[in-house]
Design a protein around this ligand. Structure first.
Ligand SMILES: *Cc1c(COP(=O)(O)O)cnc(C)c1O
Length: 444
């Protein structure tokens, strides 16, 4: 498999390099040269395939021999070891629950798959690989759980002291084994600055192998395409005019949907659902893209003012025709045919959480509720469609808000309860690079 940079098609790397490097040097994003259509037998007979078999077939088609079949099957089975069930609300709407993994959010799919791929490509190295991650909360939890006990790889997580939720802190600091948490006396930006300096430190890098677990890594996108097929498979027939609605922040999830579409999934429409951070719905409406600082909302994992995957979305539509680069106007028109955008404020989102609970007896988290609203708005215009909302996190992850909105305590799953009784283990770290550097040399 070969990949190119969205900024320069002449920059070509193989899968292993794309996975370890994360980002091309020109600050573009890696995209596969080829996004092949899946075998017709699979597309026609999805119910005959298990979730992991679907994942394997997608990887086999995309990776084109980069990894032998038996190894690839093993990687998919290790990574995707929890289900993505579809729950029907009514004849029009269903919810795809993506929160059955260890950190209770869809990011588990990407983080676990990335961990397996890195471990595979790292297998013949004598020296341990260290993943450095700065987190403001959520991503760190998924990465920590994803890499937990992965052979040959250590993870060092830097998080801002006092600035992550109690639950998030437990997810970062209680795993042990190959996961180490550094509690930094500073902000998320300070954590990121420390990691950046380590990557620029040639002396450090010549004695310690480090890599990142960046959210724009191609290995996080690929497994997110699996569950679009898995959802479609679970729909009752006839499967006509299927619409996917994606609560979005950095637009990785929606981009993975576009991959699935290019690989042959018959999607009628994608819906980009956002909170007040609405640069993409605004682009779809007006045709110009104006990134700006994010604003804080109830659905805070979607508080993104300049979505990193937007350039991948543009790239997909720019290359769809296969010859030449179409005009910006042409890209916008084509994107508009396939993607509709909607945005909602917090008050409307809270009302939706309540409405869905009262109408369907279903607890949806605030991110999923934004998705529900967008699908509902779309189906007012196009009622004869079948809509699937991606539920990106478990409602108990946002217990305080949920309790307040619903007006009573919502139940918490066992694995979250169990977490709160575990002991936090973190090393205090100042924001001075020399300290961090010394720690790395002493501990790795
Ligand atoms: C990360 C996240 C999102 C946004 O996903 P993108 O792929 O960045 O668009 C939505 N909901 C939850 C709960 C998340 O953690």
């Amino acid at each position: 498999m070969q990949l190119y940079s969205t900024k320069n098609r002449d920059i070509q790397v193989d899968l292993k390099q794309a996975v370890f490097q994360g980002l091309p040097e020109d600050n573009g994003l890696f995209m596969p040269n080829d996004i092949p259509r899946l075998p017709e037998h699979l597309l026609k007979n999805l119910p005959d395939y298990s979730f992991t078999e679907i994942g394997f077939q997608i990887c086999k088609a995309l990776f084109q021999g980069s990894i032998p079949d038996a190894d690839l099957r093993h990687i998919v089975e290790e990574a995707i070891n929890f289900p993505a069930p579809l729950v029907r609300l009514d004849d029009q709407k269903a919810i795809l629950e993506l929160f059955h993994g260890p950190s209770l959010a869809f990011k588990d799919f990407g983080a676990r798959f990335m961990a397996q791929l890195m471990s595979y490509f790292n297998r013949n190295e004598d020296q341990e690989l260290t993943i450095l991650v700065a987190t403001s909360g959520d991503t760190g939890g998924a990465v920590a759980a994803g890499f937990h006990k992965t052979p040959g790889i250590r993870v060092v997580i830097l998080y801002p002291s006092g600035k992550v939720s109690a639950l998030q802190e437990k997810q970062l600091t209680t795993l042990g084994h190959n996961i180490t948490a550094l509690e930094v006396d500073g902000t998320f930006d300070d954590c990121q600055a420390l990691v950046k300096q380590a990557f620029l430190d040639h002396e450090l890098r010549s004695s310690i192998r480090i890599s990142s677990a960046n959210s724009i890594n191609i290995s996080r996108l690929v497994p997110q395409s699996f569950y679009y097929f898995e959802a479609y498979k679970q729909l009752a027939s006839p499967k006509e005019d299927v619409v996917f609605c994606i609560p979005s922040g950095n637009f990785g999830n929606l981009t993975a949907g576009l991959l699935a579409y290019k690989m042959g999934l018959p999607v009628h429409q994608f819906i980009a659902a956002t909170n007040k951070n609405d640069v993409v719905p605004e682009y779809l409406e007006a045709g110009n893209y104006q990134p700006r600082p994010s604003v804080r909302t109830l659905s805070n994992a979607m508080d993104v003012g300049n979505p990193s995957n937007f350039s991948r979305m543009i790239d997909i539509f720019a290359t769809a025709k296969g010859k030449g680069i179409p005009s910006n106007q042409g890209i916008w028109k084509d994107m508009n045919k396939l993607i509709s955008g909607f945005s909602f404020d917090d008050q409307t989102t809270e009302e939706a959480v309540k409405h869905i609970f009262e109408t369907y007896n279903y607890l949806i988290d605030p991110h999923g509720a934004v998705g529900y609203l967008a699908l509902d708005a779309y189906q007012k215009r196009f009622p004869n469609t079948k809509g699937i909302i991606l539920e990106t996190a478990h409602p108990a992850k946002f217990k305080e808000d949920m309790d307040r909105i619903i007006g009573k305590e919502i139940p918490v799953p066992e694995r979250l309860l169990e977490l709160s009784s575990r002991k936090k283990e973190a090393t205090a770290m100042s924001i001075d690079y020399p300290n961090f550097r010394t720690w790395l040399f002493d501990n790795l």
